[in-house]
Structures are given as structure tokens and as C-alpha cells.
Design a protein around this ligand. Structure first.
Ligand SMILES: [Zn+2]
Length: 233
């Protein structure tokens, strides 16, 4: 089936049968929501929290000295994380973000990150997008992480100062230059000299995270790390 049609078909199915797994389309067993136990077990996790070096760090080399670059799972075309993020962003399923935050929070706890951060800051959506969607998916992820790691979310720690148009056709270097200066730090007292965890949904080029890091590092914060739900290799 054509991909676009399959996507619409899946959206349609999820309206009639809301209890199908986002990964395998099988009916969910009782007690499971969105993802069945088998797909949960088989999530393409990156294990970045346990690795000294990994490919996602390389995206920021020479740009931002992140203490930790934490990526929950790989974003693979037509893979489970693509379906999960689609459902989170477009089907008003805020709970999915919270659930992933909780799952990753538990992995981080087991990995020795129990007392690694003082504040969690979601990457802000553009206000127009947030108005249409009704929520910021990065904030949902932050809530789940916060609950497990017992670390407060500073929801408006960063705000967008100006909008930039579609960047999809530009090269990586241009994109990094373009987004500079579009984020501003708020609630400085809660972030200055603190160990800040910046969170977003997907890591692709990393340009948005670089732009967010600049004003946070200038505070300065004591240490800056980043956590995302999914990363494109
Ligand atoms: Zn499944």
C-alpha cells in the first residue's frame, strides 16, 4: 500500500479500533496502552545512556559541549518510533509522550542518572503550532521523565523569540546559523548554575538543540545535557 494511504488508513483504523498496537497493529492486551508488550520489548533502543561514545554525540562536536546526549530509541523510516511520534503529534495522544518519558526515566534511573539533573526544560514549540496542536509534545516527554527522575520541569525555561520559515531545503550549516538567536531563557533563577536537561521529540540535524543550548550555556548553567525520544542516525 502507498505509504500516505497506509498512514491515513492507520489513522482511520485507530479511530474505529483505538486499542491496536502502534507498532504491530495487533489488538492490545488488557493493561497495555498504545504499544503491546512485545513491541515495547523490541523497541530499537540506542543505549546511549550507557555508552562512553556514540554517533549522536558527533552531531554536536565543535558546536555544543553537552555533558550527555541521551536518545531513547532510533527513528527508522516506517519503524515503530515514526508511528508513535505521529500518534503523539497529530492524534492528540499526549499520554504517549508521558509514557515514553516514564519508560526512559526508568532506564536512566537504572543507568545511574538518579541525581544527574536539577531541571528539565522542553524545547518550546512555535506558539502558532502549539495553538493548533494544543500542546507541546516535548513537554509531555519532560513530564514523564520528571515523574520518574524526581526532577522539576521548567516548562517556560526557554521561549521562542521569532519564527523561522521552513528550513527543509537548506543545508546543515545554514540551518544552524538561521536558528541562532531564536530562543531566550526565562526563569533564570531556576536554571543558572544548575544541571539542565533539555528535551525534545526527535533529533535529526541537531540545529534546534544547538540554538536552545546557546542561551542556556551563556547563563551559565552548571552542565547541559539533552534527552530526546528518538534520533535519526
Ligand atoms: Zn505491537
Amino acid at each position: 500500500m502507498n505509504m500516505k494511504i497506509k498512514e491515513y488508513w492507520n489513522d482511520f483504523l485507530s479511530l474505529i479500533y483505538p486499542n491496536l498496537c502502534l507498532g504491530c497493529d495487533d489488538p492490545l492486551p488488557q493493561g497495555s496502552k498504545y504499544i503491546c508488550p512485545k513491541c515495547h520489548y523490541n523497541l530499537p533502543k540506542t543505549n546511549t545512556h550507557a555508552l562512553e561514545r556514540h554517533t549522536f554525540q558527533e552531531k554536536f562536536m565543535g558546536l555544543v559541549p553537552f555533558s550527555h546526549v541521551l536518545v531513547y530509541a532510533y527513528f527508522i523510516k516506517n519503524g515503530i518510533m515514526q508511528h508513535v511520534l505521529h500518534a503523539l503529534k497529530y492524534n492528540d495522544n499526549q499520554e504517549i509522550g508521558i509514557m515514553l518519558g516514564r519508560w526512559y526515566g526508568h532506564d536512566l534511573l537504572l543507568g545511574g542518572y538518579a541525581d544527574a539533573f536539577d531541571a528539565i526544560v522542553p524545547v518550546p514549540l512555535h506558539p502558532k503550532k502549539q495553538e493548533i496542536r494544543g500542546y507541546n509534545q516535548a513537554y509531555c516527554f519532560a513530564l514523564g521523565l520528571s515523574e520518574v527522575l524526581k526532577t522539576p520541569v521548567v516548562e517556560h525555561g526557554l521561549i521562542r523569540t521569532k519564527h523561522i520559515d521552513s528550513q527543509t531545503k537548506k543545508g546543515k550549516v545554514n540551518r544552524i546559523l538561521d536558528v541562532e538567536g531564536i530562543f531566550e531563557v526565562q526563569e533564570i533563577d531556576r536554571l543558572k548554575d544548575k544541571r539542565v536537561l533539555l528535551v525534545d521529540d526527535v533529533l535529526t540535524t541537531g540545529s534546534t538543540l544547538v540554538a536552545c543550548a546557546t542561551p542556556l550555556l551563556a547563563l551559565p548553567c552548571q552542565a547541559l545535557s539533552v534527552a530526546v525520544m528518538a534520533g535519526v542516525k
